[in-house]
Design a protein around this ligand. Structure first.
Ligand code: ZN
Length: 62
């Protein structure tokens, strides 16, 4: 399963309606309209994801 970065829906790769490569990573989308939103401003979705990861990595230490 992969996550559609635009709407957050989990989809099976083979059932994804669309996909797009961005900075060496392939993103999968539930619909072409989600892909279009991502294409219009990928940083809106990729930065959000990275930010969440950074937050998790920080843990609860401080
Ligand atoms: Zn979607």
């Amino acid at each position: 399963m992969v996550k559609d970065p635009v709407c957050g829906m989990e989809i099976a790769k083979e059932k994804a309606a669309a996909h797009k490569e961005h900075e060496g990573k392939t993103y999968y989308f539930c619909s072409a309209s989600c892909r279009d939103k991502f294409t219009a401003s990928p940083q809106d979705y990729t930065q959000k994801e990275a930010g969440e990861d950074a937050h998790k990595g920080h843990g609860g230490c401080c």
